[in-house]
Design a protein around this ligand. Structure first.
Ligand SMILES: [Zn+2]
Length: 257
């Protein structure tokens, strides 16, 4: 099975920033070591001391924050206000730094986190997850935390960023497969609605993200929507069937009152 889509000139908005990152800083500036590799799949189970994956799990390997050498968030994450989330928002990094093995991908994830925290002034890396062309997913804020990646959708979506700039080429098959598997994984874990909708970042903000090539591919996904419904002033549209409002007292939906 191939995940490539033969682009035929899908519409693209040549306006706004190329980057998802809101600010551009060249280079990948980090030399912190990568933690030793280990299985961190959320469906992993320990049986007789042996870590094994659930046989029918669609989840790819998810490199944990500890494994990629994350900094601690400046403040504890807020929970998503709707779960399972009705949306998945696809991003690219918007910088021409690519990675094909875990060490290099971990360095890029760290650079994105540094950018988001030190330059943008955010509390942590903005995405819920990232995907590398090594075929791994990388844990950002994870399944339960509200991200900082798409206005109007942070509280009702999982944001997944493919590392690199995909204006002029598609991510490789390994990354595209993992991106799709992460959506299926979220459904299997009950974190993403089984009637979820997919959108590209440029649909909700003036940005070129996730790049012309990756965006064209996103629009061919069966769950892509051309009519996403944002939350406005923290008021979100009725979640699709299958989702429900959280009753978590720490959710911003409740604490703002
Ligand atoms: Zn983006």
């Amino acid at each position: 099975m191939t995940f490539r889509w033969p682009g035929t000139g899908a519409a693209s908005a040549r306006s706004g920033s190329r980057s998802c990152q809101w600010a551009v800083r060249p280079g990948v500036a980090s030399s912190r070591p990568v933690a030793s590799r280990g299985v961190s799949n959320p469906l992993a189970a320990v049986t007789d001391g042996v870590l094994s994956l659930a046989e029918d799990s669609p989840c790819p390997r998810i490199v944990s924050r500890e494994e990629w050498g994350a900094r601690e968030p400046l403040v504890p994450h807020e929970n998503l206000t709707i779960s399972p989330v009705p949306y998945v928002v696809v991003h690219h990094g918007g910088m021409q730094e690519y990675c094909f093995d875990e060490e290099a991908c971990a360095a890029i994830v760290r650079s994105y986190q540094d950018l988001h925290m030190d330059t943008n002034g955010w509390d942590d890396i903005g995405y819920n997850f990232l995907v590398g062309e090594d075929g791994n997913a990388y844990e950002g804020r994870g399944w339960d935390a509200r991200g900082a990646h798409a206005p109007g959708y942070n509280q009702q979506s999982i944001g997944i960023c493919v590392m690199g700039d995909f204006s002029d080429r598609l991510p490789n098959d390994a990354a595209l497969e993992t991106l799709q598997n992460m959506m299926a994984c979220g459904v299997s874990l009950g974190k993403v609605s089984d009637s979820y909708l997919v959108l590209g970042h440029r649909q909700v903000k003036a940005t070129l993200c996730p790049g012309d090539q990756l965006y064209a591919w996103v629009t061919q996904l069966p769950n892509w929507t051309d009519d996403p419904q944002p939350c406005v002033d923290e008021e979100c549209p009725d979640p699709p069937v299958g989702s429900r409002l959280r009753t978590n007292p720490h959710s911003s939906l409740l604490s703002r009152r």
